[in-house]
Design a protein around this ligand. Structure first.
Ligand SMILES: Cc1cc2nc3c(=O)[nH]c(=O)nc-3n(C[C@H](O)[C@H](O)[C@H](O)COP(=O)(O)O)c2cc1C
Length: 186
């Protein structure tokens, strides 16, 4: 099997990280991979906010957990009640992914870029996890304050975050794949 396919199959969501900060040259490569994703009409509508400031990450974690408390989803509520739970798994780097609201399909462009980022990171031994648990905060009444705090450019909307860090240990085993998801018309 070639290395690209192997990398896609090996990537897993990583939720335990070492404290060591990832190297800038690794981060540059990973972000470049994100910027080379496909995008509708080549709008390249993504914006990446790289956060390595522990205080800001803590504010985002605390505020997100407060928002999750208000959720109708029982699992989300459980996360917010668990004091030890950190929505970013204590990763030393997080990337908030935002899309240009004036473009054609910003959320889809951003999802393509996010997968590129996660695969690029995996290929150089850096673990990642897609963090949708921050989305309720971005959609809350605090959103204006968060836009300012994160210096999100005007007309961009933050969607979610990605955690990045060196892995502690091996990748977890993959969950079984659902079948009956392929249909041929020939
Ligand atoms: C849109 C989206 C949101 C996600 N949000 C979270 C999250 O907030 N926290 C988390 O631990 N994992 C999150 N995940 C990761 C999924 O749980 C994970 O991809 C899935 O269980 C499959 O595992 P794998 O990535 O190891 O293959 C998210 C994934 C996606 C695509």
């Amino acid at each position: 099997m070639n290395e690209v396919i192997q990398n896609i199959l090996n990537r897993r969501s990583i939720r335990i990280y070492s404290e060591e900060q990832i190297k800038q040259e690794d981060l540059d490569l990973i972000l470049q991979a994100g910027m080379f994703a496909p995008s509708a009409c080549n709008f390249q509508s993504w914006h990446f906010t790289v956060i390595q400031n522990k205080e800001i990450i803590k504010i985002l974690n605390d505020k997100s957990k407060n928002e999750l408390k208000k959720s109708d989803n029982e699992n989300f509520k459980k996360f917010s009640d668990d004091e030890q739970f950190n929505i970013f798994y204590n990763a030393s780097t997080i990337i908030v992914v935002s899309g240009d609201k004036k473009s054609i399909a910003p959320e889809i462009d951003c999802a393509a870029a996010t997968e590129n980022i996660m695969l690029a990171a995996e290929s150089i031994g850096i673990g990642t996890c897609w963090i949708g648990l921050i989305t309720p905060l971005f959609k809350s009444e605090q959103s204006e304050e968060i836009l300012k705090l994160l210096q999100i450019p005007e007309n961009y909307e933050p969607y979610y975050a990605i955690t990045l860090g060196y892995k502690k240990g091996e990748n977890p085993k993959p969950q079984p794949r659902r079948d009956n998801v392929i249909n041929y018309i020939r």
